[in-house]
Design a binder for this molecule. Structure first.
Ligand SMILES: [Fe+2]
Length: 383
C-alpha cells in the first residue's frame, strides 16, 4: 500500500469509530483521563498539521492559529495549551468545525504526499503520525465506552461491535528456562522509541500461564472476600480500594444479586468465560497474591510470548516503566512522545480487543498508572 492509501485508511478508521455517536457524545469529559471524542479527532489532525504540514509543506496555510492552543496534548516544545481537565468544557470549536479542519488538513496532506518529494525523515514522521492516530483510535473506543458506560441509561455504542471470542486452553503453565534473553525491538519495521535499545536480560527459570484469567476465576476472588482482605494488597492499593469502595471490575454492577457488565452492546449479565477486564494493576496484583502467584515481569512476558496467545487484553506486568539501556529521546517536540512519562507507571504488554489492526507486536510497551482501569486490561499469572 502506498503512503497516500495508508493515510486515507488510517484517517477513515477514526471516522468510522465515531460513526455511531450522537453529536452530544462528542463533547463530554466525565473524568480527566477520558478525552471528548471531538478532542481526539481534532488532536490527531493537529499532529499532522504541526509536525508535517507546517514545517515541511511550504505552501501550507494554517487552518486556524488558535487550534494549536486547543489541540496540543502535552508538547511543551509546541507552546501553551488548554489544561487537560478542561477539554470537556469547550463547546467551540464545534464538531462541524473540527470535521472541516480534518477535511482541510487531509486535502493538504494528500497534496503534500502527491508532490512526491518526501525525505526519509519526513516519511518517518508520517509513519509516526499513522501510529499516533492508531493509538488514539484505541483511546477513542475506550473513552466512548467510559462516556456511555457511566451514563445512567447505559446506552449501547453499536450493535455491530463484535467482541472477539476468548478460548481458554486450560493447558499447564509454560516452563521457561533460566538464561540470557534478548529484549526490545530489533529495529526492523516501525517501533516506538521506548522499545529500543534491544538488550540482554538474565531471567531466572519461571512458569507463565498460557491463559488469561477469566471472569469466573476473578469472581471466586470477589466471593472469597478478596476486596476486604488487606493481606493481598499493596498499601497504595488498599488505600485505593477503600477510597473508591472498589468491589469488582470497573463496569460490573450487582443488580439484585446478579453481576452485570457494561459492554458496547449495553448492560449484560457477566459472561463468565470471557477474560476479565477493566481492572487496575492493584487488582491484578491482589488477585495474583490471592492465588499464591505473581504477575510476570515485562521481560518474562516478552521471552515467553511466542508460546501463548495474546492480544485480547493489555496485560499488567510487575515491571516499572523505565528506559531501556541506550534509550535516547529524539530531538525537538517528538522527544516528548514517550520518554517524559517514564516515572510512576507500570508496563502493560500484549494488545487488546480494541487495539487497531496491525498495531501490535511482541516488543510493544504500553504504560499506565497503577490505579487506571478504563483500558481493556487483564491478568496473566506467573510463578
Ligand atoms: Fe496524542
Amino acid at each position: 500500500m502506498d503512503i497516500a492509501d495508508c493515510y486515507i485508511k488510517v484517517r477513515h478508521r477514526t471516522e468510522a469509530i465515531c460513526e455511531p455517536l450522537q453529536i452530544e457524545d462528542y463533547v463530554v469529559q466525565p473524568v480527566v483521563d477520558v478525552s471528548p471524542p471531538k478532542w481526539h479527532i481534532g488532536h490527531t489532525t493537529w499532529f499532522f498539521e504541526t509536525f508535517i504540514l507546517k514545517p515541511y509543506f511550504a505552501e501550507y496555510q494554517e487552518f486556524d492559529p488558535n487550534y494549536n492552543y486547543v489541540f496540543n496534548s502535552y508538547y511543551e516544545t509546541v507552546g501553551n495549551r488548554v489544561i487537560r481537565t478542561d477539554r470537556g468544557n469547550l463547546s467551540r470549536p464545534t464538531v462541524i468545525d473540527i470535521k472541516r479542519y480534518r477535511k482541510y488538513v487531509d486535502d493538504a496532506m494528500l497534496n503534500f504526499i502527491a508532490c512526491g518529494d518526501i525525505s526519509d525523515d519526513v516519511k518517518e514522521l508520517l509513519i509516526l503520525g499513522f501510529n499516533h492516530e492508531e493509538q488514539h483510535q484505541e483511546l477513542l473506543l475506550t473513552d466512548i465506552k467510559f462516556i456511555l458506560g457511566n451514563n445512567p441509561l447505559f446506552p449501547a455504542y453499536s450493535k455491530d461491535y463484535a467482541a472477539p471470542k476468548f478460548h481458554k486452553t486450560d493447558a499447564p503453565f509454560i516452563k521457561v528456562d533460566e538464561g540470557v534473553y534478548e529484549i526490545g525491538s530489533e529495529g526492523e519495521g516501525f517501533s516506538f522509541d521506548n522499545e529500543l535499545n534491544r538488550h540482554k536480560v538474565y531471567l531466572n527459570a519461571f512458569e507463565i500461564s498460557p491463559d488469561l484469567v477469566t471472569n469466573a476465576e476473578y469472581l471466586e476472588f470477589i466471593n472469597d472476600g478478596g476486596y476486604h482482605d488487606f493481606r493481598h494488597w499493596h498499601a497504595a492499593g488498599w488505600d485505593w480500594v477503600n477510597t473508591n469502595k472498589a468491589e469488582a471490575p470497573m463496569y460490573w454492577h450487582n443488580i439484585e444479586g446478579e453481576w452485570h457488565d457494561y459492554t458496547y452492546h449495553g448492560l449484560q449479565p457477566v459472561h463468565m468465560h470471557d477474560a476479565v477486564t477493566h481492572i487496575s494493576y492493584y487488582e491484578a496484583y491482589a488477585y495474583a497474591s490471592w492465588k499464591g502467584m505473581r504477575l510476570p515481569t515485562e521481560f518474562e512476558w516478552e521471552a515467553a510470548a511466542k508460546q501463548f496467545n495474546w492480544g485480547l487484553r493489555w496485560e499488567w506486568t510487575e515491571s516499572a516503566y523505565l528506559p531501556y539501556p541506550g534509550f535516547a529521546k529524539a530531538p525537538g517536540a517528538i522527544g516528548e512522545y514517550n520518554g517524559k512519562f517514564m516515572v510512576g507507571q507500570k508496563v502493560l504488554r500484549g494488545a487488546s480487543e480494541v487495539t487497531s489492526p496491525n498495531h501490535s507486536r511482541i516488543t510493544y510497551r504500553n504504560f499506565f498508572q497503577p490505579e487506571l482501569r478504563w483500558q481493556f486490561t487483564g491478568i496473566r499469572l506467573a510463578k
